[in-house]
Every structure is written in structure tokens, then in C-alpha cells.
Write a protein that binds this ligand. Structure first.
Ligand code: ADP
Length: 486
């Protein structure tokens, strides 16, 4: 199975550095848990600060070699990694569900989405643009080149164990950069399996290194304090992003930050309500709601609020809940007990402030970090849930009548990642989307992530874009050559 692929090199540990599987220098390990049972799955090597430094030396060597590899060859390796992920999709999806908890069908969709980053950036690797111009004053020429920035260090979260890794690794490798990645301690196994597949796909040793650890601050501190790191890309909470941004300032490290969201989901009076409910199910329930672009708060026009609330409540409560690998399950457990407690606290606060639980699904008997799908109506704007990333299967609904008032409420957030607008009038939907302070918006669509499109936020949701034509730019430096040309 895929775990065997990850360990194909028959090493004694789980740090993948320089093409070999190594234990931590001090031998330390940490447990990874199955959220469906709360039982440990296995112990994984925990990289130390010393391991983090070693990985940079290896990655620096890897960079010197990889940058010389022809773009066409880099592209072929990424195409092979894309094919390998599809070939092993069921095993990869099982691994995602095992360590993250999400429903198997969501895990399979994630594998496909994650693999697509390899294909998209394989296609971009051979189209890295350069420019050429006559100097306006005459006498010489401008040549503008794009060069790989160098060693890229990544820190990723647990909610998409595969896609958050490939979204960073693929453009870095396409650009000619080398990589040191620290996956989340909750979900390191998928990233290890993927780097195993990359090695099989022909990626030279040392170009992509993966260091699981439960000593995140130590590893992050080493990487951001080391001049060899020329690019730092982080996906996670705004709170941690802020800490890392401060650390990045010392060496003026080029950063990409994909941070928290608080997406408004807007349903206008002229919307197709059934389509809006289907979109809301996608935007709310994918990955159990543990998604940074998940619909976080619902603004529904008063004329359709009753119908929308009833239909969404029925649909959410009907989603089969249980262990992600069980047949037919659509909602798996949350990542840990703290997540369940936080979500329950947000629901309790909303109810204390006057909201009503209008629908709630079951919670399975037995162990597991489950939270039932829940729909809240009449949620006041000052409820914590309207200002906090829920990261769970809870939909708080409020109503609106006036467009200007709606926009003010929707934009009343330090976050600005995604928004969703449902309206039968495309002009109205586009007008609202233009005025929403977010980096992305779904128009009559609940699914927006696409490796071929630029993903990212405004305000405190982040800096930079991943995916799309923009995604590779994060790993390229512009060099201008003034060429005397008599
Ligand atoms: P969450 O609360 O969802 O785990 P975090 O932003 O804390 O979100 O975690 C995202 C990633 O950031 C994880 O890989 C985690 O290990 C890592 N991380 C957390 N704190 C630090 C830190 N001080 N330095 C470097 N990485 C960190």
C-alpha cells in the first residue's frame, strides 16, 4: 500500500531528506491519530532543529542541480507524478481519511485536485516567460529574465494533507526551486507518500525534502532564520501566519501566506434556491467544513430565507455521519477534540445570543471526534460564529433586505478570502462580487478551487496567490539585463 511506497527506500525513519528515509537525529517520534477512533495510527519521526538545518544544506545542493535541468525534463517529472497520484488514488485517499478523518469521497476528490497541481505546473514549467525590448532612448536593449528564487521552505496545515503540499511543491519544482516541507503534525503521512511518488517519478535526490515534526516552532525558526531559504510559503491560521511573517522580516524572506477565511454566502431574492442549497452543501460540507474557503456565515434575503433555511437544514441533517472509510459516509470526524469543543462553543454562544438550532444531524455512537451537522437561524451579527472561522459543519444563517447594508455586514471582517453569491441576475451577482472584499468569489457556484486559477486572499487572509498563471511567479525572481547593442 501507499505507506509502503513512502518507505520504499527501506530507511529507518520518516524524514525524507536527500532521497533517503532518516530518523530524527535525537531519535524522537510523535504519534499520529485516527480521528474516527481517537487511537494512534503510528509513531512518526520528529525532525529536530538540527534536522531542519541539514535539510537546507541538502536542498541547497539540490537546487544547484535542479535549476540546470531543462524545463522540459522538469515538466516530465511533474507529469509522471500526476500519473502516479492517479494510479495510487484509492490508497492515497485511504491514507488521507485515516489521518485527517474526512469522508473517503472527499479524500478521493482531494487526490484528484492535488494531482492536478502537478499537471498544471508541468504545463507551466515550459512556458516561463521572459521579455525583450528596445530601450526607449535607443542604443541598447532590455532583456528581462525569470530565474528560480532558490530553496523554498513550506509549512502546511492538516485540512488538505495532499493538496496543500502539491499546491506548493508543484510550482516550486516547475520553476526550478528545491523544497523543504514541514507537514502538519496531525497529517504527515500523506505528504510522505507523495514525496515517495515524486522520487519514483524521477525527481533527483535532495530536490524535495519532507520533515514531519511536532516541533513546528523550532523547525520554522531555523528555516526563517537561515539565509539559504529564499522563499517561505505558509498555509494555516492567521495567528500563526502573523508570527511567521514577523520572523521572515529579519532576512527579508519572500513570503506567500494563505491564512484564515470567513466566507459570506449570499443568497439574493432572485436566486434559484435549490441551486443555492446545492452550492451551500458544497461550500459548507466539503471536508466536514474544515476548509479555509468554507461558507462561514449565510446572508439570505428575507423573501427566500424560510425556504432556503428549511431546505439546507434538511440536506445537512441527512448527510450520513461516521468514520470516513465507512460506506456512504459524507461527514467524517473533526481533526481533534479541541476542534469539536471550539465548534460546540460557537454554537452555544450563538444560541445564548438568540439564535435557534433549526436542524441538527445525528452524532454517531462510540468514539471519534464527531460534531453533528447543524443549522442555526436568526443568528445576530455580534455572535462569535459570525466573526470566527468555524472549521466545522455548522451553518449560521441571518437575513438581509438592503444590498448596501448586506455589503457592509459581509465586509465587516478582518478576513477576505472567499465569498459566494447566488442570484438569478448575473449583473447583480457581479456587482456584489466586485464590492466584496475578498480574493475570490463563487458566482452561482459553491466549488471554486481550481489549480488553474489564482487562489488567495486579501486583508488578513494572506499575501500572494497559489495556482493559476500567478502560482509559479511566487518562485521566480525577475532579472533585468541591460545589453549594449551597438
Ligand atoms: P491549526 O491551528 O489549524 O493547526 P496552525 O496555523 O497553527 O493551524 O498550523 C498550520 C501549520 O503551521 C502546521 O504545520 C503547524 O505545525 C505549523 N505551525 C504552528 N505554529 C508554528 C510556528 N510557531 N512556527 C512554524 N510552524 C508553525
Amino acid at each position: 500500500d501507499i505507506d509502503a511506497i513512502a518507505k520504499a527506500a527501506a530507511g529507518e525513519g520518516d524524514l525524507f531528506v536527500g532521497g533517503r528515509w532518516l530518523p530524527a537525529t535525537d531519535g524522537r517520534t510523535f504519534p499520529v491519530f485516527d480521528p474516527a477512533t481517537t487511537e494512534p495510527i503510528r509513531e512518526v519521526s520528529a525532525a529536530s532543529a538540527e534536522d531542519a538545518r541539514d535539510a537546507l544544506r541538502v536542498a541547497q545542493d539540490g537546487f544547484q542541480r535542479w535549476r540546470e535541468v531543462a524545463p522540459r525534463r522538469r515538466s516530465e517529472v511533474l507529469h509522471a507524478a500526476f500519473a502516479a497520484m492517479h494510479e495510487h488514488a484509492p490508497a492515497l485517499a485511504r491514507l488521507i481519511t485515516l489521518e485527517n478523518g474526512k469522508a473517503y469521497r472527499d479524500a478521493l476528490a482531494e487526490v484528484s485536485y492535488a494531482a492536478e497541481f502537478f499537471r498544471w505546473f508541468a504545463e507551466e514549467a515550459v512556458r516561463i516567460g521572459s521579455g525583450f525590448a528596445d530601450a526607449p532612448g535607443g542604443g541598447y536593449r532590455h532583456v528581462v529574465r525569470k530565474q528560480p528564487v532558490g530553496v523554498a521552505a513550506f509549512v502546511t496545515p492538516w485540512n488538505f494533507p495532499a493538496a496543500m503540499a502539491t499546491r506548493k511543491i508543484a510550482p516550486a519544482l516547475a520553476a526550478g526551486c528545491s523544497v523543504a516541507l514541514k507537514p502538519a503534525p496531525e497529517t504527515p503521512l500523506t505528504a510522505l507518500a507523495i514525496v515517495g511518488l515524486l522520487a519514483e517519478a524521477g525527481l533527483p535526490a535532495g530536490v524535495c525534502n519532507v520533515l514531519p515534526t511536532d516541533r513546528a516552532a523550532e523547525v520554522g525558526g531555523v528555516w526563517l532564520g537561515d539565509e539559504r531559504v529564499r522563499k517561505f510559503s505558509f498555509t494555516g491560521s492567521t495567528a500563526t501566519g502573523r508570527v511567521l511573517l514577523r520572523q521572515a522580516a529579519d532576512n527579508v524572506v519572500n513570503v506567500t501566506m494563505e491564512l484564515g477565511g470567513n466566507a459570506p454566502f449570499i443568497v439574493c431574492a432572485d436566486a434559484d434556491v435549490d441551486a443555492a442549497v446545492r452550492g451551500a452543501m458544497d461550500a459548507k460540507m466539503r471536508g466536514g467544513g474544515e476548509v479555509c474557503i468554507a461558507a462561514n456565515r449565510f446572508y439570505v434575503h428575507a423573501d427566500v430565507a424560510g425556504e432556503f433555511t428549511a431546505k439546507l437544514g434538511e440536506a445537512m441533517a441527512a448527510v450520513p455521519i461516521g468514520p470516513g472509510l465507512a460506506d456512504g459516509v459524507g461527514l467524517g470526524p473533526m481533526i481533534n477534540q479541541a476542534a469539536v469543543d471550539k465548534i460546540a462553543g460557537l454554537v452555544a454562544d450563538a444560541v445564548a445570543r438568540g439564535a435557534t438550532v433549526v436542524a441538527q444531524g445525528p452524532r454517531p455512537e462510540g468514539p471519534g471526534w464527531f460534531h453533528p451537522a447543524t443549522v442555526l437561524a436568526g443568528v445576530p451579527d455580534d455572535a462569535e460564529i459570525m466573526h470566527t472561522e468555524v472549521f466545522g459543519p455548522v451553518a449560521p444563517i441571518t437575513t438581509f433586505t438592503d444590498e448596501a447594508d448586506l455589503l457592509a455586514r459581509a465586509n465587516d471582517s478582518v478576513h477576505g478570502l472567499a465569498a459566494y453569491v447566488y442570484s438569478g441576475d448575473l449583473g447583480r451577482a457581479l456587482r456584489l462580487a466586485d464590492r466584496l472584499e475578498t480574493g475570490m468569489a463563487g458566482i452561482n457556484r459553491g466549488l471554486i478551487s481550481d489549480p488553474a486559477a489564482p487562489f488567495g486572499g486579501v486583508k488578513q487572509s494572506g499575501l500572494g496567490r497559489e495556482g493559476g498563471r500567478e502560482g509559479i511567479d511566487a518562485f521566480l525572481e525577475t532579472k533585468y539585463l541591460a545589453v549594449d547593442w551597438p
